[in-house]
Design a protein around this ligand. Structure first.
Ligand SMILES: Nc1ncnc2c1ncn2[C@@H]1O[C@H](COP(=O)(O)OP(=O)(O)OP(=O)(O)O)[C@@H](O)[C@H]1O
Ligand SMILES: O=P(O)(O)OC[C@H]1O[C@H](OP(=O)(O)OP(=O)(O)O)[C@H](O)[C@@H]1O
Length: 211
């Protein structure tokens, strides 16, 4: 079978994704998590893993330097890269929500701070609401506290960050889990190897409603 290059997200998703690979029966060695190397060949699995920043995974896959990758649905919705979404891996579950201060009063064009400007614009446009989007790169919850924005669009998992900052979740935009994605050409040229991986994952991903 042809060798596959797999783009793995560093950070939050990484450990759960590695655990899933192992449960799927792929021989991922213990050194995998310990090294600072960014390209890790795993001969037993016939794969080369590249460790990327989560937001960049769809870019590596779209350009074909990785055949497949693991990425959060939030990133897929924001980046709008031309890739195939093959499987809901049902790991790293969270949700994307609108939040704000509890006493927030509607204004004509509220300012919305977010790491996800395209996704947030689309959401409010579909709601028929006119908003001004302010792109931030982290600590999004800070924006309404210091008057930069009226609302935020951000990831909520335990809800602790919102609670600790006196914010409330107003609307859930969508549920988020990590997905297996593929480059369009790789999916045709290396279909046997990619289908093999999908089958392996399918045996360990819990069945249930796709989100
Ligand atoms: N509580 C959470 N907060 C943020 N992302 C989460 C959470 N739970 C699961 N995720 C998933 O993890 C991904 C983000 O992972 P991570 O925080 O490692 O990346 P990042 O946002 O690039 O981090 P940073 O910019 O802080 O380095 C998201 O795309 C999402 O799918
Ligand atoms: O509901 P919770 O379990 O509290 O998780 C949600 C928080 O986690 C993420 O932030 P992250 O830790 O990635 O920090 P940053 O975006 O501010 O860099 C996200 O942007 C929320 O702030």
């Amino acid at each position: 079978m042809p060798r596959l290059t797999v783009a793995m997200p560093k950070g939050r998703i990484f450990e759960e994704a590695v655990e899933l690979l192992r449960r799927a029966g792929l021989a991922i060695p213990p050194e995998f998590e310990e090294s600072r190397k960014l390209i890790i060949p795993v001969e037993e699995a016939g794969m080369d893993f590249i460790l990327a920043k989560p937001v960049d995974v769809p870019t590596y896959v779209e350009y074909g330097v990785a055949d497949i990758g693991v990425v959060g649905k939030d990133v897929l919705l924001e980046e709008e890269r031309d890739v195939y979404e093959l499987l809901d891996l049902k790991i790293s579950a969270c949700r994307l929500s609108v939040a704000g201060l509890p006493d927030w009063q509607p204004t004509d064009a509220p300012r919305v701070a977010t790491k996800f400007p395209k996704l947030a614009s689309r959401y409010f446009r579909e709601q028929g609401a006119q908003v001004e989007i302010i792109k931030l790169n982290g600590s999004i919850e800070l924006a309404p506290l210091i008057g930069l924005a009226d609302r935020i669009v951000d990831i909520v998992s335990t809800g602790q960050t919102l609670k600790d900052n006196g914010l409330v979740e107003l609307e859930t935009i969508t549920s988020i889990t990590s997905r297996l994605i593929a480059n369009r050409v790789s999916y045709r040229m290396k279909s046997e190897a990619i289908d093999f991986i999908i089958d392996k994952f399918s045996t360990v991903v819990p069945k249930g409603v796709e989100v």
